[in-house]
Design a binder for this molecule. Structure first.
Ligand SMILES: [Zn+2]
Length: 115
């Protein structure tokens, strides 16, 4: 399953980034998931719950998923527009744009630790 491999790669990233002592104090993983990223937050949450059972060190770590909207940058006027309802038009000059600068990514935005 797509989401399971994403969860595995998140865990691998955290293992490379933080040592065991630090990881034992983790309380929350905060993800930003673009709405064009093909990642379904609900399925990702389910995959994470399943992984928690196999990785007890994540038992007390909450996964928070924030959906990030689509943003385009206009090739003509350079303005940035927040895309609503998949309407890929520049707000300023009304020209269509496919220059997506946000909304396709999945990133670990921050990790919280207990004191
Ligand atoms: Zn424009």
């Amino acid at each position: 399953m797509h989401e399971t491999s994403i969860v595995n790669s998140i865990m691998r990233t955290l293992e490379m980034e933080f040592n065991e002592e630090k990881r034992n104090k983790m309380t929350e993983i905060h993800l930003k998931v673009g709405i064009l990223s093909n990642i379904e937050p609900r399925l990702l949450q389910n995959a994470y719950s399943a992984s928690q059972m196999m990785h007890p060190e994540y038992k007390n770590v909450t996964l928070s998923i924030e959906s990030t909207p689509i943003k385009i940058k206009c090739d003509f006027c350079g303005e940035t527009t927040m895309v609503q309802n998949y309407r890929f038009l520049c707000d300023t000059c009304e020209r269509p744009s496919k220059n997506i600068i946000q909304g396709e990514e999945m990133l670990i935005h921050k990790v919280a630790f207990a004191d």
